[in-house]
Design a protein around this ligand. Sequence first.
Ligand code: PLP
Length: 379
Amino acid sequence: MIVPLLDLSAQHEPIRKEILAAIERVIDKNNYILGEEVKTLEQNVASYCQAQFGIGVSSGTDALLVSLMALGIGVEDEVITTPLSFFATAGCITRLGAKPVFVDVDPVTLNLDPEKIKAAITSRTRAILPVHLYGQCADMDPILSIAAKYDLPVIEDAAQAIGAEYRGGRRAGGMGNVGCLSFFPSKNLGSMGDGGMVVTNDEALADRVRLLRTQGGRPKYYHKAVGGNFRLDTLQASILNVKLPYLDRWTSMRQHNAVQYEKLFGESDLSEKIGLRVPKAVYRESNVGHYHIYNQFILRVPNRDELRSYLKEQGIGSEIYYPVPLHLQECYQSLGYKAGDLPEAEKACQENLGLPIYPELTKDQQETVVRVAENFYRD
Ligand SMILES: Cc1ncc(COP(=O)(O)O)c(C=O)c1O
């Protein structure tokens, strides 16, 4: 049995007609830049994230970049962030001439460890940028309280976490000063190309992001600031407007699959035999709610690379998120970090393995994944 890492056809087939109709509506109007489709999506996604304002942008990367720009982050500034994330999290900081300062992750959630933030704050620190990795919120209460104490804005990288809830049902992206979403096709809410959104409750910040999104021109051709072309494509917005009403159902299906994996791995002897760990969602205050939206389902396995090759041979897709922590990336050699500086993130990079978790994954497919993993470790 083939089990792909992701099967977008399974998601698109039942809504194909709706998507085609939405695309046709855009073509009929010949309005391909911003407009009603983008505005509708901005309102609905912002309210989904418990934020007042949404600004559709070209990607999750650009959501981060334009947010940092709007906050005035620049040369000689420092931004505290996690070493365990997709490259864009740190890359956007560097592109503005600022310096990412990496703080190690919590060994259970693999999110920024709030206890370690304080020691990284200097007179140059300008912001804290936590990532809600894999679809589970970072521990925001202590992060927000340190930020308030030092008067630092918090930029949430919620690219993997749309709808994820933290203590008290607060949603990813709506807790800090600004939240950044990605609509990359593999995200829980994915477009058919690139897309992203900035969400915020700060009206002035929203206005600044909107200005920077269109080259800083207001009115057109009169430039108040140096921005860029960070617009969300209207066709992508029309597709996302079709998909958004399905998001809760898809997320519940992912959660169901996660619970199923936990059960199947729990019944196997893999944890005792090889120390395989299925990290638990930690903010599960009850059995309902989006405590973890499972954009990724991550195992921790000691001899990960061999298991991954075996899974591949048996037709099972998997991925490593991520193989190299950001502080040890070649392009960051000049920052002066060395192996051993951030041990939890480094260990996670050696052990993590993402398994198929997409909503339409069947129970049979999940049983196959676990059985194949068991076979690999059977001597
Ligand atoms: C944590 C994180 N940050 C930022 C991004 C960048 O988003 P995009 O690919 O839409 O530019 C991603 C997407 O892969 C991500 O996972």
